[in-house]
Ligand binder design. Structure first.
Ligand SMILES: NC(=O)c1ccc[n+]([C@@H]2O[C@H](COP(=O)([O-])OP(=O)(O)OC[C@H]3O[C@@H](n4cnc5c(N)ncnc54)[C@H](OP(=O)(O)O)[C@@H]3O)[C@@H](O)[C@H]2O)c1
Length: 272
């Protein structure tokens, strides 16, 4: 099995490491990419290609794992591919359908990652829909955890988007209310009393949500932009719009953040 990644950040490098451990050949193109991306690919000795077209000609499956705003652009640039093309980006059903139409219809997959790739590695849950979803799920033979949920592109990302509206909304509320509590000197008490309603494990999950929301504020804001786009076709999404504005403002505030905060206290210090 040969797999090519467009984009080689957290998702691609984590999946690539796992797949290579199962004997899969992994390719990517590093032209024009950042030092971080180049270092990630070189540390795994991924096979380099001079451009994405060359890569698509060599592999069985092309996986797009770029930033959400680039999903359509890179699909348009690539055009038709012979093998399978799977879009792993957090984008709305409309965006993923537009991207997939640019590379062909029958051989494409709307693949939505549910959960953290960093925490779950190759076993992270991926739901898939679209004409080639069944073939794409053959990567389960190489350790992946793909569940086919339907034949139509857009189904997987719709589920993912609605789940995001909830999880990112909660993260924004946590950051906003607990930072206010911190400024009033009562953050530990507020956490304690919310824990009594939310139950065991809440403090750990709240900390993890706040830390990763701060560190990935830009990505979260792009993802919420896609959520709002999708919900706007069904309803007036005031809660999700507020979450989008929250993450945009957070991104501006912490734009120069280089290191992931180690705990909630560091999160509050960054916000000061
Ligand atoms: N990380 C997760 O747990 C997770 C979970 C669910 C979904 N996702 C989705 O998966 C996708 C990838 O996430 P990630 O965490 O891997 O992001 P990331 O660490 O920020 O990596 C993004 C990668 O895309 C590259 N890229 C950006 N624009 C590109 C372009 N025009 N052409 C080629 N490469 C380009 C970046 O290269 P440069 O460094 O050169 O910019 C980088 O290598 C996103 O759409 C995200 O929403 C991630």
């Amino acid at each position: 099995m040969k797999v090519g990644f467009i984009g080689f950040g957290e998702v691609a490098s984590t999946l690539a490491r796992g797949l290579m451990g199962e004997g899969v050949e992994v390719y990517t193109c590093l032209e024009g990419r950042s030092t971080r991306t180049r270092d990630l690919a070189r540390s795994l000795a991924v096979q380099p290609c001079s451009n994405n077209h060359e890569m698509a000609g060599k592999v069985d499956i092309v996986l797009s794992a770029v930033t959400p705003s680039q999903a359509i652009f890179i699909a348009r640039e690539l055009g038709n591919v012979n093998g399978i093309y799977a879009d792993l980006n957090n984008v709305s059903p409309l965006t993923v359908k537009e991207a997939l139409e640019m590379v062909g219809k029958a051989n494409t997959v709307d693949a939505a990652i549910l959960g953290s790739v960093r925490k779950n590695g190759l076993k992270v849950k991926i739901i898939a829909s679209g004409g080639a979803a069944e073939e794409f799920s053959q990567l389960n033979d190489y350790g992946m955890n793909i569940e086919v949920i339907g034949p139509d592109p857009g189904q997987a990302s719709a589920i993912k988007m609605l789940r995001s509206a909830y999880t990112k909304g909660v993260s924004a509320l946590l950051l906003e209310s607990l930072y206010a509590a911190y400024q009033m000197g009562i953050d530990e008490e507020v956490l304690k009393y919310i824990s009594q309603t939310e139950g065991p494990g809440f403090q750990e999950s709240a900390a993890s949500r706040m830390i990763s929301s701060l560190y990935h504020a830009r990505r979260r804001s792009e993802e919420m932009g896609e959520v709002v786009k999708m919900l706007s076709t069904e309803t007036e999404p005031c809660m999700s719009r507020a979450t989008l504005e929250f993450f945009k403002a957070l991104d501006k505030k912490v734009a120069k953040l280089e290191k992931k905060p180690a705990n909630i206290h560091q999160v509050f210090l960054e916000l000061e």
